[in-house]
Structure formats: C-alpha cells, structure tokens
Design a protein around this ligand. Structure first.
Ligand code: VGL
Ligand code: ZN
Length: 205
C-alpha cells in the first residue's frame, strides 16, 4: 500500500487574469481545485502546494537583463532560460495564493525559484536538476507512491512537476480541468499534454 498526495502547483495571483504572468482562464481552476482538495481531505491524502517565490533580482525576469523583453531566451548559467515579466516576488501580493483557494487543508508549502541564478519550474528540482527542493523527501517520508498534479501553468510548472514525478517513479495523474496554460506559442498546451502522456502521466479530462 502506498499513499496518495495532491500537488497544487503555483495557484498564485500573478498567474491569474490581471496578474503579471497570467494563464488564460487561470481563475477557472479554483472551483475544481477546491473540489479536489475536499476529496483529498475525505480520503486522507497529503496536500502539498508549490509557490513560485522569486527574489526581486531573479535571473528569469527580463527586467534584470539589458535590452531584453519577456519571451526572449537567454543562457543562464549554461541553461536556456525564457525571460518573464517580473512575477511572484517574495512577500508581494502577486505571490499570494489565489483568493478563494481553500488553503487551510494544505499540509505543506514548497517554495521554489528562490535562487536568483536559477529558475525552477518543477516543484522537485531547479531547471538544471542541480538542486532539489524538499518535495521528494517530504513525499517519501509519508510513503507517497501516487500523486495528482493540478494548477498553473500547464506548459511550465505543472508539466515539469509531473515529468519529474514520473522520473522519480511516482505514479502521476494530471487533473486537466484544474490546469490552465500560458501558451506563449499557440499549441504549447497541447504539446505539454502530449509530452506528459508520453512519460506515463495519466491525464484525467
Ligand atoms: C511559471 C513561468 C515562470 C509557472 C513560473 O508557474 O508555470 N511559469 N515561473
Ligand atoms: Zn517563476
């Protein structure tokens, strides 16, 4: 018998409509997310939330590079890095969890993207897989074998969290109605879903 965890990815103001890095329809995931939280509570699942938590000088912000715009790609310590608008700055409103999200049942918040020199889409590792967050250790210490992933954004943090989960040999389920994408390019969302499926993620429509 292994246990189950619900992983809520980056349900933060800056990823909602009106936020600095909005996923289209991002606010629509809050209802299905609260329903998933209620089910998880009923079933005794562990509930973890990730929180994008950048210092103001973060290297993923276009504003911290000369003559760069959001969407440009640079090399950051040997890794290809998409540049973003300033978002989810530590202790600012944009980094707060979405209004209406039932946060009380959350057992643990895992913050990521705190190193100014590295970005971290996945809840498990930074983008270069150099360092891990506490997420894997936390899940293993609760004998979690299966995770359900939802949140923002499908084509970035949700995708990389799900893919790393598979790589770490968790059974991974994606709750698609509770996910929305950034879609820098049209088709990014569909490509992300295909990539997750190919890696063995079970996609629930
Ligand atoms: C995210 C881009 C930059 C996400 C976070 O949560 O998907 N995307 N930082
Ligand atoms: Zn970020």
């Amino acid at each position: 018998m292994t246990n189950h965890a619900l992983i809520l990815v980056d349900l933060q103001n800056d990823f909602l409509p009106g936020g600095a890095l909005a996923a289209c329809g991002g606010d629509e995931v809050i209802g299905p997310t609260n329903a998933a939280i209620a089910r998880a509570v009923e079933e005794g699942s562990l509930i973890v939330a990730t929180q994008d938590w950048h210092p103001p000088m973060h290297g993923s912000f276009a504003a911290n590079h000369e003559d760069k715009q959001p969407g440009d790609v640079v090399e950051l310590h040997g890794i290809q890095q998409v540049l973003w608008p300033v978002h989810c700055v530590q202790y600012t409103g944009g980094a707060l969890f979405a209004p209406g999200l039932h946060t009380r049942p959350i057992h643990r918040v895992v913050r990521k993207g705190t190193d100014p020199a590295l970005d971290s889409y996945s809840g498990f590792f930074d983008n270069g897989h150099q360092r891990s967050t506490e997420l894997e250790f936390y899940l293993r210490s609760h004998e979690i074998g299966r995770i359900t992933v939802l949140g923002l954004a499908t084509d970035y943090c949700v995708k990389f969290t799900a893919l790393d989960g598979r790589e770490l040999d968790f059974e991974v389920e994606l709750l698609l109605p509770a996910c929305r994408a950034v879609n820098l390019k049209p088709g990014d969302e569909a490509a992300a879903i295909d990539e997750m499926r190919a890696a063995g993620v079970v996609v629930r429509e």
